[in-house]
Design a protein around this ligand. Structure first.
Ligand SMILES: Cc1ncc(COP(=O)(O)O)c(C=O)c1O
Length: 220
């Protein structure tokens, strides 16, 4: 049971020291007691605006949305509470898009071997690992899979029923597997050809972790 931290050393409740080589976990590698994070949290607490419903905007909310748009191809931002929830939201946007651009059958999601998209029911259905999926079956229907880094495998799974392709530009939990430029470009072309959306899951690899602000920018 961890009790305190000094530099990169963590101490448990019995005083035993551990060298911290991970600074958090997977998507949350922010370390402990980061001065900038503490300051931002302190300012949020002091402002009395720690939680504001999605009926309203705040200035930090708008600044963050602008940063995310300016650094990417996006023009709108939907905030959520976790990576899994972000992917659930992306699937909902995609199915809505599919119905608007196709018919009621355009609801299928194409995901890849070794992917990890989260543990909620929709995200889990796109995470093809028995260890995570088997205890919780039946899964959300409408997800198909192709081999990561294999455009022809993806092509073989594409048809008019696919509303979105979801891919990690660098797979995290599946091992550190980077997508090749040809693979990402091929997925973009397939998505365009079948009028499907292309979802980059950068929950673990994005936001400055790989040298470019978004991981796909370093791949392409
Ligand atoms: C690529 C990817 N997507 C989604 C998730 C799920 O994020 P969260 O744990 O915040 O729900 C993770 C978590 O490790 C992840 O690595």
């Amino acid at each position: 049971m961890l009790a305190r931290r000094q530099g990169s050393t963590l101490y448990d409740t019995e005083g035993k020291a551990y060298l911290d080589c991970v600074a958090g976990i997977a998507v949350n590698a922010l370390g402990y007691n980061d001065a900038g994070i503490q300051q931002a949290m302190g300012e949020a607490l002091a402002s009395g605006m720690v939680h504001v419903s999605n009926l309203y905007h705040t200035a930090p909310h708008a600044r963050l949305a602008a940063l995310l748009c300016e650094t990417s191809f996006a023009d709108k931002v939907h905030f959520c509470n976790s990576g899994a929830e972000a992917n659930e939201g992306a699937f909902k946007f995609a199915r809505r898009y599919g119905r608007a651009h196709g018919d009621d059958d355009k609801v299928e999601i194409l995901a890849f071997t070794n992917a990890f998209h989260g543990r909620t029911m929709g995200a889990l259905a796109a995470t093809p690992r028995p260890k995570y999926q088997d205890p919780f079956k039946p899964l959300m229907p409408g997800v198909r899979f192709a081999a990561f880094n294999n455009v022809e495998s993806a092509r073989a799974q594409m048809d008019a029923a696919v509303c979105a392709i979801i891919v990690e530009p660098i797979q995290g939990e599946g091992g550190i597997h980077a997508a090749t430029p040809d693979f990402l470009a091929g997925l973009r072309a397939l998505a365009d050809e079948y009028d499907a959306l292309l979802i980059y899951d950068e929950v673990q690899c994005g936001v400055g972790r790989t040298g470019t602000f978004w991981a796909h920018q370093g791949v392409l």
